[in-house]
Design a protein around this ligand. Sequence first.
Ligand SMILES: *Cc1c(COP(=O)(O)O)cnc(C)c1O
Length: 397
Amino acid sequence: MSKTMSKTVDKAEQYFMHTYNRFPLVLERGEGVYLYDENGKKYLDFGAGIAVFALGYGNKSYNDAVKAQVDKLVHTSNYFYNKPSADACEKIAQASGMDVVFLANSGAEAIEGAIKVARKYYYEKTGNAEGEIIAMNHSFHGRTMGALSVTGQPKYQEAFGPMLPNIKFADYNDFESVKALVTEKTAAILLETVQGEGGLYPADKEFLQQLRALCDEKDILLMLDEIQCGMGRSGEMFAYQTYGVTPDVMTTAKALGCGIPVGAFAARGKAALALKPGDHGSTYGYNPLAGTAINAVFEQFEELDLIAHVKEISAYLCEKLDALVEKYDCIKERRGLGLMQGLEFTHPVGKYLVEAQEKGLILLSAGANLMRLVPPLVIEKEHVDQMIAIVEEMICE
Ligand SMILES: *Cc1c(COP(=O)(O)O)cnc(C)c1O
């Protein structure tokens, strides 16, 4: 990249490994649903740091809790217990319907843990380590080698082979394609309840229910990745709760810590017993600072009645987006669940993302033609109206 107007951009381009194509925008602070760049320019945020900042920016209770914990104790190691993390595990387990939780540091690590649960479960059951995982085409589960191996997007895998063995890929929302891959060796079926990076496709209700029944019948673990669609975004705490289907293993991250890096995998029933002392670990996992952030997030969900708010505001958002689809031929469809919505255009949306920034709006994409809207869960109708007005202005220009 040639020199820009910003010293920070130039420095990052010189010293940060060149793994990202970033927008030349330096963000400095946030307030509610707005972000401010280094020049003081204000942006309405419909990206939330990729579905992370559920509470918006500068939530006082969350900030105070995290700041107070910094002064008390930031790290303990896993030789000892700490109260914030114990409380966080209780909260995640009770909200998700799982029995036990493992706290890690990111989404990819949560997926690594889920893969280990699947393999260990199969190993205990059969005495051999040949268990297979069925994952989905167009899925996204993270960038570590294990998470990449279950990510059904060859463009991410190509240069980094060989991937983990014994992984097969079926088509999302195509039950027969999953069933056709099931053998005696199948340990687990892994999917996102709503495919995020793959293009905002929610699972069909029948598909999830059929998978649940198949897994019950064959003693296979159903593992749902809720890293993006979980933590209230769907209009329930976890998206599978909108389907009435409970997995054996689930993963969460992104909004779980609302910016403090943390992820978790959780399991119930026999899957909860698979990993034993010595089977898994993480130096930073079960960290009191992350535990405090998780507790503050759950407390704010209650205090702000966020689930009810998401139900209401997402209905409003969908209504407004549907009106755009109706009005403009260049928009093919809206799809998604709750406050995780996409608008599919007939052409690439990259130019809109840049133009939107000029107009003071942050939007994301998921694939070339899909505009992705994953705002903080605390957005109000007026913010939806502002976003719609800017998108409409761009379409018309
Ligand atoms: C973001 C994401 C991940 C990976 O999370 P990281 O914290 O980036 O490692 C995994 N699964 C899904 C569905 C995601 O959206």
